[in-house]
Design a protein. Structure first.
Length: 547
């Protein structure tokens, strides 16, 4: 097999990966933690840049978001998706270089392909917020490559790269561990003059921690420390399983696969066998092994529900460390032509299978995009009357991922950077789930007032219409205009009042058990959409509706 053909094939593979990732990300909008940056970090103050997020330093991701907002606005997250994709492709290319130096170009191509199409890590591949983890990974691998040179300029470059890795996220600390082990192991040949590579970035991190980082909430506990070895094994198993297409998606989560444990046990057994047979491992194994161990141990120390070792956002980094460790264990091994052909075939099959969880992750983000754009479109429709502190809890929004949004801050951001929300016309054409949630958000944001059980009153100067008894879902609804509408139920059994506006398949607002012989007062504020609310009254004795 021609050695020189691997690099051009890598270029084609990365172009294909870029096409897949950008096409899968097309039309998606901001998700979960991204809103914290968009809502609360729109300034250039030290606090906006340096406040921790989930214990992480996020200096560079915040700067990327701020630059994107100022250049492109908030209408689309495509610019940040392009940045994320570029970082992912760069990391895959660096892994190719790293593995090629140890086992040759064709295994390096396989490793880069597995990482670039790592479908189980769909959160890292499709969610621009993950530029933190991916940026730390890219600059961390670049730092490891720079440390291989004995040239002082490369050492200075490694110092800068490590500082950048820490600036992307606290994952950079794991690469600092790798650099520290490398400096320690090579001290006899190169002395301690390289210690600044680690000391300078950690000193900057220490200053950040003293100023801002110590305020971050953490979940370190004795229990987490005691069970952290199990977390490490689970993380290793999940990473190996994801590289071999043994993971599936269940909602937002990645399903656990016990096959990862089996494969991991086999690999560990082979490594032990090789050592017993007298094979000496590369000295560069220990820095990457220490980095991977520190990553899983630190994650285990802070584990809480939602941060399981098999979580999608941890699989990319875990798989990266598995590939680097594997390259060191196999350093110097030369594979036969048939072994390379078999490995290439398996790699292509795995990549094909891993597109399935990537597509499933895309589908999850598409569902969240519909709800997000519909909910935010409803807030914009209600902008004239919504309270600034109005929020979107799950029972209203239909999703638990919009809790960072406050109506006042959101509308301020829209005025400054544009809107990612559906227009009223787009809400009307959206999937039913989005239309239903838009009605619920509107009813609470305007708000629509339903005062049931008031004494019956005569309509003065209003227009009234009689609703026949037994009206059901097939009965044409009454169109409501902004203002006050009364629904009078004659004496008799209880009735039900239903409201909808954008929804078609159902009436999201339901008031049941309205007493007979009472009047219900509906107050509908005027807003930015001419679309009417539709009212349906169900009562055996009929009703009178007055506007």
């Amino acid at each position: 097999m021609r050695r020189g053909a691997a690099a051009p094939l890598l270029g084609l593979a990365l172009l294909a990966a870029a096409a897949v990732l950008l096409s899968y990300g097309h039309g998606l909008t901001w998700f979960q933690d991204s809103w914290e940056f968009l809502m609360n970090r729109r300034g250039l103050s030290a606090d906006a840049l340096l406040q921790p997020h989930n214990e992480h330093i996020v200096l560079i991701p915040v700067l990327i978001t701020q630059l994107s907002l100022r250049l492109f606005g908030m209408d689309s997250m495509l610019p940040e998706q392009v940045v994320l994709t570029a970082l992912l492709l760069g990391t895959a290319a660096l892994v190719f270089v790293y593995v090629r130096r140890r086992v040759g170009p064709w295994p390096a191509l396989m490793a880069a392909l597995l990482l670039a199409f790592l479908g189980p890590a769909w959160q890292d591949l499709l969610w621009p917020f993950q530029v933190g983890f991916v940026g730390s990974a890219l600059t961390g691998v670049a730092m490891l490559l720079a440390l291989e040179s004995e040239d002082r300029r490369w050492n200075a470059g490694a110092c800068v790269l490590l500082a950048l890795s820490i600036g992307f996220s606290s994952l950079g600390l794991s690469f600092a561990v790798a650099a520290a082990v490398d400096v320690l192991l090579r001290r006899r040949d190169l002395g301690w003059r390289r210690a600044y590579v680690v000391v300078a970035p950690l000193a900057l991190y220490g200053l950040w921690y003293l100023g801002w980082g110590h305020e971050a909430e953490n979940h370190l506990s004795a229990h987490n420390v005691l069970v952290s070895p199990r977390y490490v094994v689970e993380g290793l198993s999940a990473a190996v399983g994801s590289l071999l297409a043994l993971a599936t998606i269940f909602g937002e989560a990645v399903g656990r696969s016990h096959w990862g444990y089996v494969v991991l046990a086999v690999l560990v057994g082979l490594a032990i066998y090789a050592r017993v047979r007298g094979r000496r491992f590369s000295s560069r194994l220990w820095p990457v092994l220490a980095a991977g161990a520190s990553f899983w141990f630190l994650a285990g120390f802070n584990a809480i529900p939602g941060r399981e070792a098999w979580s999608s956002r941890y699989l990319y980094v875990g798989a990266l460390f598995v590939l680097l460790i594997g390259a060191e264990l196999l350093k110097g091994v030369r594979f036969s032509r048939w072994a390379l052909l078999a490995g290439g075939a398996v790699t292509l099959v795995v990549v094909g299978f891993n597109l399935v969880p990537l597509r499933e992750g895309r589908d999850f983000f598409k569902e969240q995009t519909v709800l997000t754009r519909a909910d935010l479109g409803a807030i914009e429709i209600a902008a004239g009357s919504v309270e600034p502190g109005f929020r979107l809890p799950p029972e209203i929004a239909g999703t638990s991922f919009l809790n960072e949004i406050e109506a006042g801050e959101y509308l301020s951001a829209v005025r400054e950077y544009g809107s990612p929300a559906y227009t009223p016309a787009e809400i009307a054409d959206a999937p039913e789930a989005g239309r239903k949630q838009a009605d619920l958000v509107l009813a609470n944001a305007l708000p629509v007032s339903i005062e049931a059980g008031a004494p019956a009153v005569a309509a003065a100067g209003g227009r009234c219409a009689a609703v026949p008894g037994g009206a059901g879902p097939g009965t044409p609804p009454v169109r409501l205009r902004p203002g006050v509408t009364t629904v009078e139920l004659p004496p008799g059994g209880p009735g039900t009042i239903r409201l909808r506006r954008f929804a078609v398949a159902e009436y999201p607002l339901v008031s049941e058990g309205v007493a007979g012989g009472s009047t219900t007062r509906l107050s509908v504020p005027r807003d930015r959409s001419p679309r009417p609310w539709l009212l349906l009254v169900e009562a055996a004795q009929g009703a009178t509706i007055c506007r």
